[in-house]
Design a protein around this ligand. Structure first.
Ligand code: HEC
Ligand code: HEC
Length: 364
């Protein structure tokens, strides 16, 4: 899978028109602008777009409204979902993920082969953006919130481009992509998507590897006894077994993402706080729908969601980090269906390790 180790540099070289780099995405990255935009200029424009609430139908909702930079580009508060739409009041249907450490998510495939491990094993579905992988890249993904009726709710590409043309950074936009960029709506919209993607590939803001855990991996600090015990439980197949899906170790010199990009059914209980769930016929089944539509007939995929990175999970989703603890305190409740079947003794032993795991999660 050539696009796997993407990171900012490949996107950049591809955007700058260097041949051969972008693979299947070549048509998107091929430079069709009057000017060859620099990565630095696109990052700046992308940042301006990301924080611009005027890009929404309500004028109140920016990308940053739901993806708060102060909380690892995750939700600004602990509500189960955020609101958007034409009036800015319409609740969403899914938890807002952190956008940090997403730079290496491969495009979606039903047959994932992990090159570095046992390369004969087909690990099944992996990759793609959003919880069900229905967007192939960050630029593809950016279309979803711009048009979603409960996110930024724009009626058309034309509407988005008209807003950018009026924005305070419009001159900068022309300076980056060419004076005539707004004459061609499709071209201007492509510039919007590309700038948003390039901004999200900025290492300093999105993947600084600056956690205590990273410092420990660099031998610059030590972990406390509790943190080390937490890490051991996190990794131990007989205890947390978390690292099976949320790998925690260095690989070929690369820092861990705490996700294998694969899909799993953890059997999270129906969240009745979600207004979508007031409709008893509504079930969010991840890969097999309803938001994703191309795999609707694949019953074996129902209930599968992409494994998220756990980096910053105690920063970006305090609620979910806490939920882990609550579940562990009430072991009889959901632990059995969550994280696979275990005997009660195992669950109790696991419950004792969880508070320590929370320590390790807190250090990511
Ligand atoms: C109203 C809240 C809201 C707004 C506004 C919003 N998002 Fe999101 N974002 C979400 C939710 C919810 C998801 C998960 C969607 C899903 O799984 O279907 C998500 C998912 C994503 C993902 C996928 C992350 C991953 O791990 O696969 C990216 C990238 C993203 N958003 C970027 C953006 C950008 C760029 C904007 C602005 C153009 C934006 N979002 C605006 C709520 C929002
Ligand atoms: C079989 C693979 C698998 C294993 C093992 C696993 N997880 Fe996960 N984890 C997932 C998936 C998939 C999700 C997303 C589920 C969803 O949203 O429905 C998830 C979500 C989470 C979340 C919520 C993150 C967020 O951003 O919402 C936390 C916290 C978490 N896991 C911690 C752990 C811990 C701690 C362990 C070990 C006790 C563990 N996981 C074991 C696959 C796994």
């Amino acid at each position: 899978m050539p696009a796997l180790v993407v990171g900012g540099s490949l996107i950049w070289t591809a955007a700058a028109g260097v041949r051969g780099a972008a693979g299947a995405d070549a048509p998107f990255y091929a430079n069709t602008f009057e000017k060859v935009p620099s990565a630095a200029a696109m990052t700046d424009i992308g940042r301006a777009l990301f924080f611009d609430a005027s890009l929404s139908a309500s004028g109140k909702t920016a990308c940053a409204t739901c993806h708060d930079p102060r909380r690892a580009f995750g939700p600004p508060d602990d509500s189960p979902v955020q609101r958007g739409g034409r009036d800015g009041r319409r609740p969403g249907v899914r938890a807002v993920p952190s956008l940090m450490y997403t730079q290496n998510i491969p495009p979606f495939t039903e047959h994932y082969f992990d090159d570095e491990g046992d390369d004969s094993a087909d690990q099944g579905p992996a990759g793609g953006r959003t919880w069900d992988g229905r967007a192939q890249s960050a630029h593809d993904q950016a279309r979803l919130p711009l048009f979603s009726p409960f996110e930024m709710a724009n009626a058309s590409m034309k509407a988005v481009v008209a807003k950018v043309r009026r924005a305070r950074y419009a001159a900068q936009f022309r300076g980056t992509f060419g004076d005539k960029v707004f004459d061609d709506e499709e071209l201007a919209f492509k510039a919007v998507l590309m700038a948003l993607e390039t901004f999200q590939e900025s290492p300093a803001e999105f993947y600084p590897y600056s956690s205590k855990y990273d410092a420990w991996l660099r031998h610059e600090t030590s972990l406390s006894g509790d943190e080390l015990r937490g890490l051991a439980a996190f990794n131990d197949p007989a205890k947390g077994n978390c690292a099976r899906c949320h790998p925690s170790g260095m690989r070929q010199g690369a820092f861990p993402q705490f996700t294998d990009f694969g899909y799993a059914a953890v059997g999270a209980p129906r969240n009745l706080a979600l207004s979508a769930n007031a409709d008893r016929r509504y079930f969010d089944l991840g890969l097999c729908g309803p938001l994703r539509t191309d795999l609707a007939d694949r019953k074996e995929y129902c209930g599968l969601f992409r494994t998220p990175s756990l980096r910053n999970v105690c920063v970006s989703s305090l609620g979910r980090c806490g939920a882990l603890l609550r579940r562990a305190r009430d072991p009889a409740a959901e632990m059995v269906s969550a994280w696979e079947e275990r005997s009660h003794a195992e669950i109790r032993r696991f419950a004792r390790t969880v508070s320590r795991q929370r320590r390790i999660l807190g250090s990511l």
